[in-house]
Ligand binder design. Structure first.
Ligand code: BDP
Length: 495
């Protein structure tokens, strides 16, 4: 089947309804003697997939990020713009370890001395109304909603109540919910102890008419299920966190392999969430904890991982994924570490990188300005599915590490193809497209998997973005999908 002659290759290609660049396919044959992996994705449109939440793309920041009220402010135009571009209906979660060390400046009651763990924040942060007013302006400017974490660890429900009320008063309808405690599994001995500590807060906050979500646990699926069974009626969503592993164990190969065990846990949570009619959100997530792994969390591999991770979760019904990030100082403080962000370079882009946590989807600070990281582009790709309904499909990877997703929104069919393979290009036949005609193919690529910059994302709502693609009379099209790249296809229903 493989014919190394370029002329014959082009001739054969001309006979096929191939979309994308033939140069890609030719280059693939040179690099991979067996030729590209022959993959197929057959849409099963007779089966109903789950609706994808409009709020799929979310971000998460430490509460300590609010120490600079100019960060989340309507006047921080560059950040406002990056949030808006990511999603018109996003949700910002404020929390993390520093939320359990935050006290409200308006609280006049007594507070016990708060002890810190070696790997946690070393001092208490006093939050002032000015920061919440600025945050309210930022939310109005972006159209994003807010999930706000209040302190559980210190054990003073009146403090949690006052802060929850202040947040609701100041941000108004933009408040989706308050969460009580961050990863309480790190400091409560078991679920029963957490529940007992959580109850006095939840009763007071609920009675004050402030919406609650939770339990915002680290990696305890059983806690989410216990919590749902006991407290579904007082909650607006269920939540937990996800990190693939700790930063020392991070690698591009590890990140790009699928995490089937986690997906099985999500399916377990979703069975409960659907039974109690609550959405489930990954309220804090990213590649590797301890701030992320340099050369993995902040390179192009994280874009492919992020897009695939979001769509795999959307397919399972998860309503939102909040990628954790922000300045290096805020994240390092959450881990009990100081930071030296003095950059030795004059390059503005490298300086923005240097002041930012390694896994953050957006790099920068108020002084240096902001720029998207590779992960941001992966999120953009997945966010194209927001508000659509997933269409199940049968994938044959042809021996490569690739994934495929489809969804229908009104008269537009969306297909995402993600080739996470480090060494195999793929040639993919997508079928089951009867009733759809012409469309556009938009690629997500970079010079290499470890590229920090020069990410190319062709996607946009612009009708001329990417390249043209056509469905053949049998309802199929063939796409070349180079290794370490992704594609988004948008097809219009035939009139
Ligand atoms: C999570 C914490 C967050 C940390 C993050 C990390 O909630 O505050 O910054 O881990 O270790 O567990 O990167």
């Amino acid at each position: 089947m493989f014919d190394p002659s370029r002329r014959k290759l082009l001739k054969a290609a001309a006979l096929l309804p191939i979309a994308g660049s033939f140069a890609h396919a030719a280059a693939a044959r040179e690099r991979w003697p067996g030729g590209p992996a022959q993959a197929s994705f057959v849409l099963q449109r007779e089966q109903a997939g789950r609706p994808v939440s409009e709020t799929l793309a979310g971000l998460s920041y430490e509460t300590l990020q609010l120490a600079d009220p100019a960060f989340f402010s309507k006047d921080n135009h560059a950040l406002v713009q990056l949030f808006r571009q990511l999603s018109p209906h996003g949700v910002l979660r404020i929390g993390g370890n520093t939320s359990d060390y935050t006290v409200w400046s308006g609280y006049r009651g007594a507070l016990p001395v708060q002890h810190s763990n070696r790997n946690g924040p070393q001092r208490t942060f006093v939050l002032h109304p000015q920061a919440l007013h600025a945050l309210a302006g930022f939310l109005r400017a972006t159209g994003w909603k807010l999930i706000f974490g209040v302190n559980l660890k210190i054990g003073v429900p009146a403090l949690g109540l006052e802060l929850s009320r202040a947040v609701q008063r100041i941000v108004g309808d933009a408040l989706l919910a308050v969460q009580i405690g961050n990863e309480a599994n790190n400091y409560e001995k078991d679920y029963a102890a957490f529940d007992a500590a959580w109850m006095p807060y939840a009763s007071a906050i609920h009675a004050a008419g402030v919406p609650i979500g939770g339990p915002d646990t680290g990696a305890n699926t059983d806690w989410v299920i216990d919590y749902a069974k006991r407290h579904a009626a007082e909650n607006v969503f269920l939540s937990r966190h996800y990190y693939r592993d700790g930063a020392p164990n991070g690698s591009i190969a590890n990140l790009l392999a699928s995490d089937a065990a986690f997906y099985a846990q999500v399916e377990q949570i979703m069975r409960t969430a659907e039974a109690v009619h609550l959405p489930f959100r990954l309220s804090e997530a990213n590649s590797y904890y301890s701030g992320g792994r340099d050369g993995v969390s902040n390179v192009f591999a994280s874009a492919l991982w992020g897009a695939d991770f979001m769509l795999a979760l959307a397919q399972r019904g998860v309503a939102g994924i909040h990628f954790h990030g922000g300045t290096l100082a805020s994240v390092e403080a959450s881990l009990g570490q100081g930071t030296d962000t003095a950059a030795s370079t004059a390059d503005p882009s490298a300086r923005r990188d240097a002041v930012t946590s390694r896994y953050s989807a957006i790099a920068g600070n108020v002084g240096l300005g902001f720029q998207p990281r590779p992960l941001y582009y992966g999120m953009l790709l997945a966010q194209q599915f927001a508000g659509a309904r997933m269409v199940p499909g049968q994938l044959d990877e042809g021996g490569a590490n690739l994934t495929a997703y489809a969804a229908l929104r009104e008269d537009t069919l969306h297909v995402a193809l993600i080739n996470k393979d480090v060494s195999r290009d793929a040639s993919m036949v997508v079928s089951g497209l009867q009733g759809f005609g012409a469309g556009r193919l938009m690629r997500l690529s970079a010079p290499a998997l470890d590229s920090r910059r020069d990410i190319v994302w062709e996607g946009s709502d612009n009708a001329g973005a990417g390249c043209a693609i056509a469905v053949d009379p049998h309802g199929s099209c063939r796409i070349s999908l180079p290794r370490a790249s992704a594609a988004w296809i948008r097809l219009a229903r035939l009139a």
